[in-house]
Every structure is written in C-alpha cells, then in structure tokens.
Write a protein that binds this ligand. Structure first.
Ligand SMILES: C[S@@+](CC[C@H](N)C(=O)[O-])C[C@H]1O[C@@H](n2cnc3c(N)ncnc32)[C@H](O)[C@@H]1O
Length: 278
C-alpha cells in the first residue's frame, strides 16, 4: 500500500453516507433536505468542528468575488460554510474519493453546487493553474503530509500574488510520541507532525510571511469541557465528525487523541500567512 492509499484507506470505509443518514434521522433531520446548521456536527472534520471554522473565517477578509481553495476538503463542511458566509466560490480538493462524493452530494442537498465544487486529488500536485485563487485554507490535513515544504510551495503556486493561506493544524508538542490510532492516522507511518516552530520555518522558506501563529490549546480545553457537560446532561456531543468518518474505529482514536492533547504530545495551532515574493 502506498502512502496515498494508506491515508485514504484510513479515512474511507464505504459506509460514510449510510452512517450520516442514520445519524441525521436520529437527530430528527430529513437526510435529503438538511440545513448547513444540521450538518455542522458531522461535516467539519477537525478539532472543535464548526467553532474552529468560524474562528478561522473571523480572521479572514473574503469578498463575494473571491475564488478560494480548500485543501483536504473532507466532507465539505468548511467549504460550504465559507461560501454561505462570504458568498465566494470555493473549490475543494481531497485525496479520499468517498469524501469528495459525499461532499458533492451534501452540497447539492443544501443548494450550493453553483458556488462550491470538489475534486479528488493530491495536495502535492493540484490540478489548478498558477495564481488561480485569492486565498486558500487547510484544516487538519498537513498531519498526513510528509513533505511540508513541497505542500506549501504547491499552495503558493496556485495563489495570486499577495494571496492568503490559513491553516488550522495539529502540531507536534513537547510531550513525546502519541499513541495510535489517531483520528488522522491508523499508525505513525501516515502521521507527520511538525512542531509550531518547524511549521513557521517551513512556511517562511516556502515563500509565506506569517501574520499570525497561535497555539489554540485553551480553546480546545474549553470546548472539551463544554462538550463533556452536554454529554453528561444526556445530549449528543457537539462534534461528531470523527465518529461519523471512522465508525467503529473512532472510539480508540478519540481516546488516544484526548490523551495526546492532555499530555501535550500534540498542540492545535492556527496560522494566517501571506504569499510573498521570493
Ligand atoms: C481530518 S480530515 C479534515 C477534512 C476537512 N479539512 C475538514 O476539516 O473538515 C483530513 C483530510 O485530509 C485529506 N488529505 C490527507 N492527505 C491529503 C493530500 N495529500 N491531498 C489531499 N487531501 C489529503 C484526507 O483525505 C481527509 O479528508
């Protein structure tokens, strides 16, 4: 198995849409006719879910005429959110074919297919022209990419001069190696965590100027406390994307992820940077 099929094999098992339809029906939602808000617990597949997408969007200036790229677009929740919030066009690209199919289907069901598109592909060799996008973002994807500089250079290629890049990532913390599986990898063989400092260095070396780089651990802790309170009160956790995507495999990955974050093996970071001349 090569690295790409190992990664998409981790994410996809063929059962995603069936699980989503069951979950939505349990929530009292018509799976054929959901709203963005009803999909949000399931389709923002990164730490803190919709809340992290909103935080990222709050830092960006996007206009309705902009064309934005979502790298590693998953089920498409962030892309649909950006298109709805800013009125912009969003192109998503993702390695996992099953996610792209689900993303297209859900986008059609919420009536955003004229502005949001998805295609299967690798972030390291994207099928887009140079300078095609005003801005790009990527949420919880670079952990699957070994050659970070090749990734950042490829993103830089498809951005217009001065274009922005926002990243919401899991970085390597000081606490040592995490246990696997984790939500993004079955084993250490497909997990490539970089420290916040190495991420900064790699971005700068690839032609980006960092405008903001923050450790968002305190937001993650607050979110975990609020989620626990909801569950203890008998509700569903507000963020269910890992359970949806990984099905039965999620339990162990979620438990390991909680320990990795508590022990600072991993730290969540948010970055906003800008393409500069090199
Ligand atoms: C944890 S999910 C995040 C999905 C989405 N960004 C979100 O936040 O909802 C990671 C995604 O990255 C994708 N991915 C991993 N490596 C990739 C690569 N080299 N090129 C494109 N997508 C990739 C996976 O297929 C998966 O959909």
């Amino acid at each position: 198995m090569n690295a790409a099929s190992d990664i998409s094999g981790h994410y996809a098992d063929g059962g995603l849409l069936a699980r989503l339809e069951v979950s939505l029906a349990e929530d009292g939602v018509d799976p054929e006719n959901p709203t963005l808000e009803e999909l949000a617990p399931y389709d923002h597949f990164h730490g803190r879910g919709l809340e992290a997408t909103e935080d990222m969007a709050n830092r960006l200036q996007v206009s309705a005429k902009d064309r934005i790229l979502d790298i590693g677009s998953g089920l498409g929740g962030p892309a649909r959110y950006m298109a709805r919030r800013f009125g912009c066009r969003v192109a998503g690209i993702d390695l996992t074919a099953e996610f792209c199919e689900a993303a297209r289907l859900l986008t059609g069901r919420v009536g955003l297919e004229d502005r949001v598109s998805f295609q299967q592909g690798d972030a390291l060799t994207m099928p887009f022209k140079d300078a095609a996008f005003d801005g790009a973002y990527s949420m919880n994807v670079s952990m699957n990419i070994a050659d970070k500089r090749a990734f950042y250079r490829e993103v830089r290629r498809v951005l217009k001069p001065g274009g922005w890049l926002a990243l919401s990532e899991v970085a390597r913390g000081p606490g040592g190696e995490p246990d696997y599986p984790l939500p993004w990898a079955r084993t250490a063989a497909s997990s490539f965590l970089a420290t916040p400092e190495a991420t900064r260095t790699d971005l700068e070396a690839s032609g980006f100027r960092i405008e903001r780089l923050r450790d968002t651990s305190s937001e993650a802790r607050d979110f975990a406390v609020r989620s626990r309170a909801i569950v203890e009160a008998g509700g569903k956790p507000p963020h269910r994307a890992v359970m949806l995507a990984l099905g039965e495999r999620a339990r162990e990955a979620v438990a390991n992820n909680g320990r990795a974050s508590r022990d600072r093996c991993t730290v969540p970071i948010e970055i906003v940077c800008q393409k500069v001349r090199i």
